[in-house]
Design a protein around this ligand. Sequence first.
Ligand SMILES: Nc1ncnc2c1ncn2[C@@H]1O[C@H](COP(=O)(O)OP(=O)(O)OP(=O)(O)O)[C@@H](O)[C@H]1O
Ligand SMILES: [K+]
Ligand SMILES: [Mg+2]
Length: 671
Amino acid sequence: MPKANLADLYSRALREAFGKLNPRIMIKNPVMFIVWVGTLITALLTLNPNLFGRSSTSAGFNASVTVILLLTVLFANFAEAVAEGRGKAQADALRSTQTQTYAQRILADGSEERVSSTDLRRGDRIAVSAGDLIPADGEVLEGVASVDESAITGESAPVLKEPGSDVASSVTGGTRILSDNLVIRVTADPGKGFIDRMIALVEGAERSKTPNEIALTVLLAVLTLVFLIVVATLPPPAHYIDSPVSITLLIALLVALIPTTIGGLLSAIGIAGMDRVAQFNVVATSGRAVEACGDISTLVLDKTGTITLGNRLVEEFIPVQDHSVAEVAAIALAASIFDTTPEGKSIVRLAEKLGATLPFDPQTAEGVEFSARTRMSGTDLPDGGEFRKGAVDAIRGFVRSRGGQAPADLDAAYEQVSRLGGTPLAVCQNHDIYGVIYLKDIIKPGIQERFNQLRRMGVRTIMLTGDNRITASVIAKEAGVDDFIAEATPEDKIQVIQQEQAAGKLVAMTGDGTNDAPALAQANVGLAMNSGTQAAKEASNMVDLDSDPTKLIDLVTIGKQLLITRGALTTFSLANDIAKYFAIIPAMFTSTGIGTLNVMGLNSPQSAVLAALIYNALIIPALIPLALRGVKFRPLSANQLLQRNILIYGLGGLIAPFIAIKLIDLSLSRL
Ligand SMILES: Nc1ncnc2c1ncn2[C@@H]1O[C@H](COP(=O)(O)OP(=O)(O)OP(=O)(O)O)[C@@H](O)[C@H]1O
Ligand SMILES: [K+]
Ligand SMILES: [Mg+2]
């Protein structure tokens, strides 16, 4: 995703901090709204200190309080504006790719007409050639071309686009075709394309408060109300002991006690979480999705391409019974000539290298496409001849249905490949099995360590694969997943997710798009690959622009970090109040002797109040970097994390303000 300029970011945020003083915006944050109202009242008291009756504070003191309170509100607004800024800058960069473009629409009779890209509709066929901006999201129907997708991915390496495979056939409006020509079927109406949706997302148009955020906002509002009542009931007894309490001091006490730190940083924390996800080149459809990542307890991953590298290439042809390698190569070639998957293409390459030739004219034959349900692919001849390759049990079933029988040594070949963690494909012509194709796959380096981290965080990993039991168990053991399900159909994926959810778990899964859309929709967090189908992208709540399924692991970390950051700063904010309370309360009763309770040994009652308020204001910008970056995260269980945070942020929150207020008080006395 395009990156933002830092200087622009801050100057824009500064301007917006003032814009956000609008009461209609302020009211959405009850804590800071109270501070804002307090600021206005102390401003009036600056003009006339005795506006609400005889007061013990001077206009000068009231003015100082007003300035500090105004800064407190501005700091909080600034925090939110900085957090929002990166998204806005990204939106601008994305919007700049959306220049008015023209498209060559292909009519029913095959002729072409030039139309504005805004006139394109879902289902239209268009022709694009080298140099053109692709005018809309679509699916490649014909041609092979390289495309520059840097407008969305920020990655300048060209990507190859061609029809057939899920991975390469989807194109995004706003990207540029670098070479050759494509015929594309439009899959999104104008204004509803992927870049349009990304703009809306990063700009925050669709950012609504998450349930967690709402709950915390309510809690903070209730606390504020409680303190408001407490402070409002202070004057009568104070009056009784004959110490006229000034409204300014009451407001100062209220502001010090209400949770302004977390109230000021809360939305910045949430926005920053979404932003961290965006920096990972993942588009989240909502803040809720990012948070859900932090609560995930089960991770469902597929094997090929997620746990393994996934570019499964043929390693060897293994004949069975009295067949030869050359025969297996010939049958494998015949069964793969229409197979556009990387596996199929690699089989054709190796067979041709071994000198195999097609025993039929491909013009007259018909391809049988691979599907995850049949777990086979192949070729049909007009004379009824059938070539197939696929999962061993699927081919065994196929030859049986044609009256054949699997050779006795098939199992040995199948196990030999599976025990190496490879994928065995049996090949047959009609009811004869000729041998096994060994597709080699390699476990991604470092994946074990990532699963270990997840385990320490209390996340269970389940590997789901269409591959056989032995291969699955070999890979599962080597990669260190907690559980695996072999020979899984797309329906099984949904079922596993539902089972986990029924047991009260939140489930995340990734999908490459083939038949994954329903499972992605069922999961609490569905991460679709940008290279996947439109359906998969629409069903999920996150899309990875780099199409790297292991990113789900990073997302879980980001989500957890978001929740922990919010918890840590809430703890810190509430712990702070105790120190501020001890700084201000004695000042309110100086003339009565309670002032001798000045536990912090502060200089004067007024400087004590100002010091507490200055600390209260400054702590917000001081914590902006932490709110944006997130607290340091270690893969620990929820319980260990809680203990750690209470220790650091609870204890730190108790001690820090005593020291800071004392220091501020000392420097105020020097002035
Ligand atoms: N192009 C193909 N032609 C024939 N059979 C195939 C082809 N690709 C895969 N298979 C067989 O079908 C099985 C299921 O494929 P599927 O894509 O559902 O799962 P997978 O790729 O093995 O694993 P995963 O679900 O982890 O991606 C494979 O294990 C393999 O035996
Ligand atoms: K406060
Ligand atoms: Mg697969």
